[in-house]
Design a binder for this molecule. Structure first.
Ligand code: DC
Length: 217
């Protein structure tokens, strides 16, 4: 079974994806890390983030064994990932790996921006996790403050809005709600409440899927 989770930055989709994967014993892939790793490799080689050919080459040569690198979580790498992810050849180079990951027999949960629309269009369960920009900025700001970083709420909010705009307006696989996705607005909800609601949706979709299979037999 594949659970496809999409949504904008800081919507809580990563936390939800991890919890669902643990609950169902599925593998989990945070696909944002792939784009972040491409951006990291470009930066480390001193290449320009606007060089589409260099970005595509970095994506084609990506070592997916290095996704646990703590640097990938850095804010500037996230911003750079948003830039390089707009290049179609970069997306194409990462597609086969994501689809192979999704196809593993143990089942998989993938989260990102285009999982339900492009990577796994046939996923039985598609969730689009979102929250207001203000709530997402407040969450990011709180995390940064707890980590001892000197972050300004207004700057975080502006960053979130700019990132949304870039991810939604690019020509290649923009952030969109798949027509068959269920929208889960997490504004005002705790992570536990989000998980409980998602669990209901997944179980309902699984039940419906089983019913459909039984009807076919
Ligand atoms: O989810 P994240 O913040 O780690 O993602 C970083 C950037 O990567 C995001 O701004 C857009 C890009 N991305 C994408 O284009 N497609 C995905 N499936 C995942 C991330």
């Amino acid at each position: 079974m594949v659970i496809a989770i999409d949504g904008p930055a800081a919507s809580g989709k990563g936390t939800l994806a991890r919890r669902l994967a643990a609950h169902f014993g599925h593998a989990h892939l945070d696909t944002g890390l792939l784009y972040r790793a491409v951006a990291r490799d470009l930066i480390d080689r001193g290449e320009s983030l606007s060089d589409a050919a260099a970005a595509a080459a970095a994506a084609a040569a990506l070592d997916v064994g290095r996704l646990s690198d703590a640097r990938l979580r850095e804010h500037r790498i996230g911003e750079a990932a948003s830039v390089v992810s707009a290049f179609a050849p970069v997306r194409d180079a990462l597609l086969a790996f994501q689809r192979r990951f999704a196809a593993q027999p143990s089942g998989a949960v993938l989260d990102g921006r285009d999982i339900g629309t492009v990577v796994c269009p046939d996923a039985v369960i598609k969730l689009y996790v979102t929250a207001s920009p203000e709530e997402r900025a407040a969450r990011r700001h709180r995390e940064a403050s707890l980590a001892g970083e000197d972050a300004d709420y207004r700057t975080v909010l502006d960053d979130i809005r700019r990132r949304d705009e870039r991810d939604e307006s690019r020509a290649s696989a923009p952030l969109r709600i798949a027509p068959d996705a269920v929208v889960l607005d997490t504004t005002g909800l705790s992570p536990d409440q989000v998980f409980a609601r998602a669990l209901e949706l997944v179980c309902a979709a699984r039940g419906a899927g089983q019913g459909a299979t039984e009807r076919l037999l």
